[in-house]
Design a protein around this ligand. Structure first.
Ligand SMILES: Nc1ncnc2c1ncn2[C@@H]1O[C@H](COP(=O)(O)OP(=O)(O)OP(=O)(O)O)[C@@H](O)[C@H]1O
Length: 247
């Protein structure tokens, strides 16, 4: 469904994404993980067309989409959420979700109807008339998810939708993410909450300093010494295993 081929992105002298290749199977929930500053959000920015790669290609459903604009990609069926959630504070929840729905529904009544249907799916059905500014952090995360879903994507890029949520809020939103996939949407998620990655994702791609360092199932990557070292520092895997063997 999504294929990233040898993509590099430079910002001046800084190589934020360095020769990364990855693919996401249709129907999957795939994870993109890595330490802070690894280049994860930059990769999303490239896939969703907000920036252009310096080199490499991005293919969506077999078509080369490299260099296409965000609006064109949204129409093709790629939606993303943003790490920093900024709802339109002056609009209510329904109108905020409708902002996404206008992509495919020109009429206000149709867009609001679509927004109401999506709100019900993400558990915001009771909050439709509330000002977006009155939502809790967990509510705003659901709103961000709903706005993206209202564009009727086939591929959804989730940028840390669980960040800032407490364990019970995370537990409550996991079934929502699963139900989105069950409705036919392929998901690629950037996530730091490893427990959620382990429970949701079939495949995980790990980057550090812009480069791919591991890929596999969640269990495979958390057991990979390169991944442990990227998160905890050079020599960490050896120190941890030495500590484990000394009891
Ligand atoms: N528009 C930009 N201009 C210059 N440098 C940038 C830009 N966007 C990102 N960077 C740099 O690229 C690198 C990768 O950043 P990115 O935000 O993609 O990492 P990340 O893996 O998403 O990190 P985090 O988990 O902290 O969100 C960082 O060094 C960042 O400062």
């Amino acid at each position: 469904m999504l294929r990233v081929e040898a993509v590099t992105k430079r910002f001046g002298g800084l190589v934020a994404v360095n020769d990364v290749s990855m693919h996401v199977e249709a129907g999957a929930i795939a994870g993109l993980i890595g330490p802070n500053g690894a280049g994860k959000t930059t990769l999303f920015t490239l896939i969703s067309g907000f920036e252009q790669p310096t080199s490499g290609r991005i293919l969506f459903e077999g078509k080369d989409i490299t260099g296409r604009k965000p609006e064109a990609l949204a129409l093709m069926g790629i939606a993303r959420t943003f790490q920093i959630v900024q709802p339109f504070a002056g609009l209510d929840v329904c109108e905020n979700i409708a902002v996404g729905a206008y992509l495919r529904h020109a009429g206000r009544a149709e867009a609001l109807a679509k927004a109401r249907a999506v709100a019900a799916k993400v558990g915001l059905g009771a909050d439709l008339d509330k000002p977006a500014a009155s939502l809790t952090v967990a509510g705003r995360k659901r709103l961000e998810l709903a706005r993206a879903l209202a564009t009727e994507p086939r591929l959804l890029l989730l940028d840390e939708v669980l960040a800032g949520l407490n364990p019970s809020e995370i537990r409550d939103i996991l079934p929502v993410i699963r139900s989105v996939r069950a409705s036919g949407v392929t998901i690629l998620m950037i996530e730091h909450v490893m427990q959620a990655v382990m429970s949701l994702c079939e495949a995980v791609h790990v980057i550090a300093n812009g480069r791919t360092i591991a890929r596999g199932t969640p269990a495979e990557v958390v057991g990979d010494s390169k991944v442990v070292e990227a998160y905890l520092g050079h020599g960490a895997a050896r120190r941890l295993s030495a500590e484990a063997s000394h009891g």
